[in-house]
Design a protein around this ligand. Structure first.
Ligand code: ADP
Ligand code: MG
Length: 322
């Protein structure tokens, strides 16, 4: 059997490294690495690649491609509670097309300005497939980052937004689904221009125990929190925030919400005695969020229906190489 994406990283790259660098607070394994700069401040560093034909169809609008490439990186910083500051851009282009590059750079700087992040370098090459790698760098206070490894038994589990909307946007561009124009527009926007939950991530500092952004699907991503925190989780299926649409069966929507990626919402855990504080803080940000379950003792994510029965899903989320 071929190695999965995560087994591959674990086997070949997450090795003991004989390098004494005490300033590495967190290396491989979270949404971003953490490097201590001084007594107060850490750098959060992340990189993500988008490839034509894998992460987006080759004919996607150039401004949207750039916007998304930066957004998914800001989302990883958001998942650490970090404030985005800088980014670098490594671009591989099959050809030079001035119109395309103009649109691409417009989409890129539109989002960069919105979050006040500066492009500070990169690399440009010619190659067979359009590929965009962005590395994003931000600041977070020492001891304050939201780690995947810090969920506690008894925590409530929350997600922002509605899950599965990006997957529905993909179904639309694949001509598998037609819905009324306003809904179609909204889902395409969620697919092509995800909103990194940067303000939410920073607001959760000091409130949430653990956080991750949902890039591969809720079950897979919550699975990383569960694994790294050495706890279990129960998810209440009737509480999952689903896209509002009547034309699609609830079970199909639920499966997308749990296992399709690309939503870039945050999943986070909060001790139940901080529920009122969470409400106070998030109500000022105009963000929809939902309590969907609880951290329990154990080692797995269990999905429970309204009768408390465990429901199994054949996949957990998107993985390269699977
Ligand atoms: P995310 O979905 O948040 O971007 P990933 O699931 O892609 O994170 O990666 C999981 C962890 O593995 C991250 O900490 C990431 O930095 C690390 N990682 C992924 N690929 C490699 C690699 N080739 N070498 C070293 N670390 C890697
Ligand atoms: Mg992530």
């Amino acid at each position: 059997m071929p190695l999965s994406e995560f087994d591959l990283i674990q086997r070949y790259f997450n090795q003991p490294q004989d390098i004494a660098l005490p300033e590495i607070v967190k290396g491989i394994g979270d949404d971003a690495a953490l490097i201590q700069l001084n007594a107060k401040k850490m750098l959060a560093v992340t990189v993500d690649t988008l490839l034509a034909g894998v992460h987006f169809p080759a004919n996607t609008d150039a401004a949207d491609i750039a916007y998304k490439a930066l957004a998914v990186n800001l989302s990883d910083l958001a998942a650490m509670g970090a404030e985005p500051k800088f980014f670098t851009l490594a671009l591989t282009l099959p050809e030079v097309n001035a119109d395309w590059l103009k649109k691409f750079s417009q989409g890129l700087f539109e989002l960069a300005q919105e979050y006040n992040v500066a492009l500070i370098g990169g690399d440009t090459t010619r190659g067979p497939v359009l590929s965009i790698s962005i590395q994003a760098i931000g600041y977070v206070a020492v001891g304050k980052a939201l780690m995947r490894s810090n969920a506690k038994v008894g925590d409530d589990i929350y997600v922002t937004g509605y899950l599965g909307e990006a997957a529905l946007g993909l179904a639309i561009i694949q001509n598998k689904l037609t819905v009324e124009p306003a809904t179609q527009q909204r889902w395409l926007q969620r697919l092509n221009r995800p909103s990194p939950r940067v303000a939410v991530g920073q607001a959760l500092v000091g409130i949430a125990h653990a956080a991750i952004d949902i890039s591969d699907g809720l079950l897979a991503d919550l699975g990383h929190i569960v694994q790294q925190s050495q706890v279990g989780a129960e998810i209440w299926l009737d509480k999952i925030p689903l896209p509002s649409v009547t034309a699609i069966a609830r079970t199909a929507l639920l499966e997308l919400a749990l296992t399709a990626g690309d939503d870039y919402e945050l999943c986070f855990t909060v001790s139940s005695d901080k529920a009122a504080l969470l409400e106070t803080v998030l109500s000022t940000l105009n963000i929809h969020y939902t309590k969907i379950g609880r951290i329990v003792a154990g080692a797995k994510v269990n999905c429970l229906d309204q009768h408390g029965h465990c429901i199994h899903f054949s996949t957990q989320g998107y993985q390269h190489f699977s």
